[in-house]
Each structure stands twice: as C-alpha cells, then as structure tokens.
Design a protein around this ligand. Structure first.
Ligand code: FES
Length: 318
C-alpha cells in the first residue's frame, strides 16, 4: 500500500506566497478542528497532488504549528513533474492529503558547533535548523549557495548576519568560496548538515570519510537509477513464511506489490524512507539516499524500493 489511509491527513491550501525566483511557499491548514503532528527541523512530508502524483517536500518548521504546515517548492523544469504541477495548478482552497511527517535529517543534541550547508532549494530544511540553533545559542555557521540574490530564499533574514555566508554563482565576487574550502579552520568536532543538488553532494562525498558520523546529508533527488537485481534471489516474508523470487532486473518492491504483499512506500526513489523494513537474515546492497550503509547495518534495515541483495535469500520482517 502506498500509505495507510489512517496515516494520511487532509489539509487545505490557504495561501501561496512568493519566496524567491521560482520558489513558492505553500501554507497547508488542518481541516476542521484536527491538530497536525508537531515537526522538528529536517522533517518532510508526502503531499498527494490532485493529479495522482505523490511528492516529498521539506517543511519550513519554524513557520509550522498545530494548525498549519508550510513547504517551499522550487519549480524544477527538469524534475519529475510535481513542482510544475504545484506551480501551475495549485489553487487556494484545494484540499490535499499529506502523510505524517518523517524525519531522517534531525539535528543531534549536544553543544558541538554546527556547520550548515545548503544548495538551491536545499535551504528549506537547513533554514529551519539555522533558526532553531540560533535560538538555542549554539555555535552555527550557515553557507548557502544559489544562483543570484533573486534566487535566495529568506535573503532578507540571512543577509548581513555574521554567521551566514551567501554564495552567488552569477557573481565574480571573490568572497564566493568553493564548497570544500568552507571546511578550512572548522573545529574537528563540528557537526555538518548538508542539503542540496547531486553535484553538491558529490563534492561532499569526497570528504565524507573524514567526517564520519558527524556528516548528515539530505538528498532531494534520488539516485540516477534504482538498483535492480543482477542475480535472482528469494525474499522470505517472515510473518507469513511466503517465499517470493526476485528476478534479474526486478526490484523487491515491485515484486512484493505484484504478489499482493502489504508494504509501505512513497517516493520509489530511495529518498523518503517510507519503505524501510527490518532485515532478519541476508545481505542487502543499499542504494538509497536516506541512510548510510553503516546506519542500515546498525539499525538492521533496508529500503526495498531501490536496494537489492547479494545473498540468495533475504528474510524481511514483513
Ligand atoms: S519509497 Fe521512498 S525510500 Fe523507498
């Protein structure tokens, strides 16, 4: 099942505001007297668009409360169509279903300094983190890369602050620094949170081994391709004892769906975390962007929409 019906909440679009060039802020209000689940920085939710698409958007948590969720959506001409639908077709008054928020990008507690890195619309979770950290009095510096002043979301709130550096790609300003340069002089215990496009995250991957568990990454684009089996294997559903074959070129999720198994999923791209399941036995190949392989190993989980198996038998807690 895509989402259990009971886990969906109905909200009304009550306002659309200009955020920056190509970015619109959508305010979604709870229907009737219902209260929305509280959200922490880094959380996102699935929005069921009225054309049948389901898309994931980070919440601007500092603008959310028990009655409203706010998301910022950039129009992506080369995206999968969700942002274009919203920009072209969303109207105040429309009612949408949204999931319960999920958070795989939460701030860790403690007093270590924090480095926040945002690229493009990746500013939405990072801005929420920045506001909370400033309120807590924690040492934080935000670097935000975007095309120009026109494209900078919340520019009026960020510009001129000592602990914010804005990097514009359309300027020859010598103050603009390449991504990896910002790590120079950073304390060795600094926690790093990064959200941005693939090319930015590819740069971060270069220093990921040095940062280890201090690096926290949120991706808003899936992997270029979803992994499918390059050798056949069997998935065992532990709760029923059913055994289902996954053939070469097939994904676990599609095979389980075809067999009528009751599984949760949403993005089908390895970016939302909805399809995470416990692995009881076997050796998965992790291809999602939600968790590192180490995190999966620690939690004993995998994402079945995009990951595969090197063992002939994979026993899942389904
Ligand atoms: S359905 Fe989103 S990560 Fe698998």
């Amino acid at each position: 099942m895509e989402q259990s019906e009971s886990s969906l909440q109905r909200v009304r679009l009550v306002s659309m505001r200009y955020g920056a060039r190509d970015i619109v802020l959508y305010e979604l209000e709870a229907l009737d007297d219902t209260e929305l689940m509280s959200v922490e920085p880094g959380a996102h939710l699935d929005v069921h668009l009225l054309n049948g698409m389901v898309r994931q958007y980070s919440l601007l948590t500092s603008q959310c409360d028990a009655r409203r969720y706010v998301i910022g959506v950039k129009r992506e001409e080369s995206g999968r169509g969700g942002s274009i639908w919203l920009h072209d077709n969303a109207r105040v008054g429309q009612v949408f279903e949204v999931s319960v928020p999920r958070n795989h990008f939460a701030l860790t507690e403690g007093d270590a300094p924090v480095l926040l890195l945002a690229g493009g619309i990746g500013i939405t979770p990072i801005f929420s983190m920045f506001q909370v950290l400033c309120e807590q009095g924690r040492r934080v510096h935000l670097h935000y890369w975007c095309r120009s002043t026109e494209h900078a979301l919340f520019r009026e709130l960020l510009e001129g602050r000592q602990n914010v550096t804005l990097h514009y790609s359309n300027t020859s300003d010598t103050g603009r620094r390449p991504l990896l340069d910002v790590f120079q002089g950073v304390d060795s215990n600094t926690e790093v949170y990064c959200c941005g496009p693939q090319r930015m995250l590819a740069e971060i991957d270069i220093i990921a081994p040095q940062l280890g568990s201090r690096l926290h990454v949120e991706r808003f684009q899936g992997a270029e391709s979803v992994a499918t089996a390059d050798q056949a294997f069997t998935v065992v559903l532990a709760r029923s004892g059913s055994e289902i074959g996954v053939g070469v070129g097939e994904s676990i999720l599609e095979v389980l769906q075809a067999a009528g198994a009751d599984v949760m999923y949403s993005c089908e791209q390895g970016i939302c975390g909805a399809c995470e399941v416990k692995v009881i036995e076997g050796e998965p190949v992790h291809c999602d962007s939600v968790r590192s392989a180490q995190e999966h190993q620690r939690r004993g989980t995998m994402m079945i929409c995009c990951s595969s198996s090197v063992s002939n038998r994979l026993v899942l807690d389904i």
